[in-house]
Ligand binder design. Sequence first.
Ligand code: 5GP
Length: 127
Amino acid sequence: MAYTYDPNNIFAKILRGEIPCNKLLETEHSLAFHDIRPQAPSHVLVIPKGPYVTFDHFALEASDAERADFVAAIGQVCKALGIQPGEGGRGYRAISNAGDDGVQEVPHLHVHILSGRSLGRMVGRPD
Ligand code: 5GP
């Protein structure tokens, strides 16, 4: 079953400029902005500009240029936030939720970059 991209999802609207975002940085193929409901002192979302639903969708179907740009954008976000462990930063967690079991709310690929406090164990118990 192929992915169906919903062009009316909230991140598609942000990319079209129909709703605002608090932008951190933008590259040719990617956009990074602050999450509207932060779950850590810093909570940034990095998204590709192309119509990809999940990480696997992007990884398998995006162009080499899009993939390289997205990975580089995540690095640039870490650098801009000063959270790189190798550069004196205190670290971060990168998360991408996908599908039902991943409890994905917005059906446009996004990587959460959470930082600014100790983030605890990787996966909590289900509610
Ligand atoms: P998911 O659960 O899909 O991995 O995460 C979706 C994220 O998008 C949530 O952390 C949520 O707070 C964020 N979000 C939802 N709507 C908006 C919005 O309109 N603007 C911004 N900046 N973030 C949003």
